[in-house]
Design a protein around this ligand. Structure first.
Ligand SMILES: Nc1ncnc2c1ncn2[C@@H]1O[C@H](COP(=O)(O)OP(=O)(O)OP(=O)(O)O)[C@@H](O)[C@H]1O
Ligand SMILES: O=C(O)C1=C[C@@H](O)[C@@H](O)[C@H](O)C1
Ligand SMILES: [Mg+2]
Length: 200
């Protein structure tokens, strides 16, 4: 398509009361499939920990001024992945943030390296059936706009599960628990991890 996306504005910096402490704390990266709960749980976690929350898909949309689906339409998945990698490189350097990645951010080896080297990778796991239930009615995910989205989810999960697992320091089965409860249960695990990581 002969259309180009607008130039990107700068990343907004949200100040928070915990900014001073967060400035020296490694970022937390949420990975997992579409519908795993990265955006929803990440937002709760950030609020509970008084950290800045960044959602990579939303940040990309804010910078391009269009939705992810339109980026796929105009530039294809390849163009989207290039933008995703560039933005991940920038955002993953920020200390103290909670970053919800896109479901396919783990596909590129370069991205996996950034994630595992720069922060704590938390994998939100769910079965293909659960994922399908959560995203079935949502039309915003271009990779699921196929005649059989459930089969697509299964195929993507088979391909990606080993990639999520290869970089995850913590894994959480999201099952049927409420997202708020999942975030609450994660707090002590994150704190424990951060204590261990602190230089003695
Ligand atoms: N554990 C859960 N139980 C029930 N519903 C959930 C759970 N986790 C997420 N959801 C719901 O599933 C939908 C998708 O969640 P969310 O957008 O957070 O997923 P995501 O991992 O960010 O997906 P994407 O990679 O496409 O951005 C939302 O409506 C959310 O409320
Ligand atoms: O799983 C994926 O590949 C994607 C997930 C979403 O978060 C978006 O990043 C986009 O829809 C692609
Ligand atoms: Mg999301």
């Amino acid at each position: 398509m002969n259309q180009s996306l607008p130039a990107a504005p700068d990343l907004q910096t949200a100040d928070s009361a915990g900014a001073a402490e967060a400035a020296s704390t490694a970022p937390v990266f949420l990975v997992g499939m579409m519908g795993a709960g990265k955006t929803t749980i990440g937002r709760h976690l950030a609020r509970m920990l008084n950290r800045q929350f960044i959602d990579l898909d939303h940040e990309l949309e804010a910078r391009c001024g269009v939705r992810v689906a339109l980026i796929f339409d105009i530039e294809g998945e390849e163009g989207f992945r290039r933008r995703e990698t560039a933005l991940l490189d920038e955002c993953s350097r920020r200390q103290g943030i909670i970053l919800a990645t896109g479901g396919g951010a783990v596909l590129a080896e370069e991205n996996r390296r950034m994630l595992s080297e720069r922060g704590l990778v938390l994998y939100l796991r769910a079965t293909a059936e659960e994922l399908f239930r959560r995203v079935a009615r949502d039309r915003s995910r271009p990779l699921l706009q196929t005649p059989d989205p459930q089969a697509r989810i299964r195929a993507l999960l088979d391909q990606r599960e080993p990639l999520y697992e290869s970089i995850a320091r913590l894994t959480v089965d999201t099952g049927s628990a409420h997202v708020m409860q999942l975030a609450r249960d994660l707090l002590p695990r994150l704190r424990h991890y951060e204590q261990q990581e602190k230089p003695q």
